[in-house]
Design a protein around this ligand. Structure first.
Ligand code: NAI
Length: 385
C-alpha cells in the first residue's frame, strides 16, 4: 500500500490542546492525510473547524456517530480515526469505531474507568482492529536507545527506576476560572479517578515500563490535593515493586512551579545507569560502573537501528516533541500497512503503545487511588525528638 493512509479525527477542534499536535505529527512524514473529522462537542463548531482545515464539506461531520455511518458507506473510507477528546468519551467512541471496522488511534489514558479499559482492550483483541495509544514519550529516538541498551544488558540487572512528570499549570484553581482543559481534568466523571496520576502519571508509568521492560508487581501510593476545592489529586508519589525485585519511584504533579513538561527518567542497574530528560531529548546520559559520565547523542553512528529509524535530522540539528509524536504516527501507519499486506512490520512499526499498554495505564491509576484510599496504609511516626 503506497498511498498515504486516510485519517479521521474525533475531537481536537478549535481551542483544543492536543488535536493540532496530532495533525502536525500525522502529516510530518506524509504517511497520513487528514480527510474527515467530527472535531468538536458542538456540531456546528466542529463542521466550521473542519472547513477551516480544508476538509471536504461532505466529510465535515457534526458527531462521531455521523462519521462512523457516512465513512462506513464510502469506498474511500478513512483507514483510521484518532480520538482526541476528554477521557470519558474515549470508550464509547472507540467502541463505536471498532465495531464499525475502523482502526483507532486513541489518546491516553485509554479510558476513564478500569471497566471500560478492560472492555476496550478485549474488543481490540477480539476484533483484530489496530488500537494505538499515544504515549508520546515512547516516540523519542533516545528513549528507544535506552530501551535497547537495557534489553541488551548494558545496565545489568535494573535495581531502581526514578521517573517523574512535574507540571506547574494547575498550581492555581484555574478550573474555577473557566480553563477548558482543567475543567474536565478535575471532574472525576469526565477525567476518571486519578487527577495528576491519570493525566501525566500514566505517561511516566508507561515510559518507565517501556524503557526497562519491567513488569509492575505492586505499589503503594500517597496522593495529595493541594489546591483548595479541587476534586482530584494534583500531586502523586508512588512507590513501586517490580517483578524480579527492582524498585521504582514515580512522581506526578500539576502544582510543581517552574516545571513545564519536565519528564525525567533515571534507571540504575548493577553495571551502569541511564538518564533521559525530555527537555534535552536528543541526549541520553550513560554512566558505566567505575566509569565516567558520558553523553550519547542522537544521530551518533553507533546508535541502535531502533533509534536511527526514528531520527530525521543530522546530529546537532535538534529534534523534539513533534518528531516523537510523528514517530508514533509513522509506527501506527507501518503497523496498519503491514497487517493489510500480511507481513511483519518494519522497525518503526514495532514496540508501539497499544490497547494493552493503555489498559495497563488505567489499571495503574486504579491501583494508585485504591492504595491511597486504603484504610491500612502504613504511616509510621518516628519517636518524638
Ligand atoms: P481539550 O479539552 O483541549 O479538547 C477536547 C476536544 O474534544 C475539544 O475540541 C472538544 O470540543 C472535543 N470533544 C469533546 N467531546 C467530543 C465529542 N463527543 N465529539 C467530538 N469532539 C468532542 O482536551 P485535550 O487537553 O486536548 O485532551 C484530549 C485528550 O488528549 C485527553 O484524553 C488527554 O488526556 C489527552 N492528552 C494527551 C497528551 C499527550 O501527550 N499524549 C497531551 C494532552 C492531552
Amino acid at each position: 500500500m503506497t498511498r498515504p493512509l486516510r485519517l479521521g479525527m474525533v475531537g481536537g477542534g478549535e481551542g483544543a490542546y492536543i488535536g493540532n499536535i496530532h495533525r502536525l505529527a500525522a502529516r510530518l512524514d506524509g504517511h497520513w492525510q487528514i480527510v474527515a473529522g467530527a472535531f468538536d462537542a458542538d456540531p456546528e463548531r466542529g463542521r466550521a473547524f473542519a472547513l477551516s482545515q480544508g476538509i471536504d464539506p461532505a466529510r465535515a461531520y457534526g458527531t462521531w456517530q455521523e462519521l462512523v455511518e457516512a465513512e462506513g458507506a464510502r469506498e474511500d473510507r478513512v483507514d483510521a480515526v484518532a480520538i482526541c477528546t476528554p477521557n470519558f468519551t474515549h470508550y464509547p467512541i472507540a467502541k463505536g469505531l471498532i465495531e464499525a471496522g475502523f482502526d483507532v488511534i486513541c489518546e491516553k489514558p485509554l479510558t476513564a474507568t478500569l471497566e471500560d479499559a478492560v472492555a476496550l482492550e478485549a474488543l481490540a483483541r477480539d476484533s483484530g482492529r489496530f488500537v494505538g495509544v499515544t504515549y508520546t514519550y515512547s516516540g523519542y529516538p533516545m528513549v528507544h536507545e535506552a530501551r535497547v541498551r537495557i534489553a541488551q544488558g548494558k545496565l545489568g540487572a535494573v535495581r531502581t527506576v526514578q521517573v517523574e512528570y512535574p507540571l506547574e499549570w494547575m498550581s492555581k484553581p484555574i478550573e474555577q476560572d473557566g480553563n477548558a482543559q482543567a475543567a474536565w481534568r478535575t471532574d472525576p466523571v469526565r477525567n476518571g479517578r486519578g487527577g495528576s496520576i491519570g493525566d501525566i502519571g500514566t505517561h511516566a508509568y508507561h515510559l518507565a515500563g517501556f524503557v526497562t521492560g519491567l513488569t509492575l508487581e505492586s505499589l503503594t501510593a500517597d496522593l495529595a490535593t493541594f489546591v483548595p476545592g479541587r476534586a482530584l489529586d494534583d500531586n502523586a508519589h508512588v512507590m513501586m515493586r517490580y517483578q524480579g525485585g527492582a524498585r521504582g519511584l514515580l512522581w506526578s504533579s500539576q502544582v510543581a512551579i517552574g516545571n513545564s513538561n519536565g519528564v525525567r527518567l533515571r534507571v540504575f542497574g548493577d553495571k551502569g545507569a541511564l538518564q533521559w530528560f525530555q527537555e534535552q531529548p536528543n541526549e541520553l546520559i550513560w554512566t558505566p560502573l567505575d566509569g565516567r559520565v558520558q553523553i550519547i547523542k542522537r544521530g551518533a553512528d553507533d546508535l541502535s537501528e531502533d533509534a536511527k529509524a526514528r531520527s530525521r535530522t543530522p546530529p546537532g540539528h535538534p529534534e523534539g516533541y513533534l518528531e516523537a509524536f510523528a514517530n508514533l504516527y509513522a509506527g501506527f501507519a507501518e503497523a496498519i500497512r503491514a497487517r493489510t499486506e500480511g507481513r511483519q512490520p518494519g522497525i518503526v512499526g514495532q514496540n508501539l503503545p497499544l490497547a494493552k499498554d493503555g489498559l495497563k495505564g488505567v489499571a495503574f491509576v486504579e491501583a494508585v487511588v485504591d492504595s491511597h484510599q486504603a484504610e491500612n496504609q502504613p504511616w509510621i511516626k518516628p519517636i518524638e525528638v
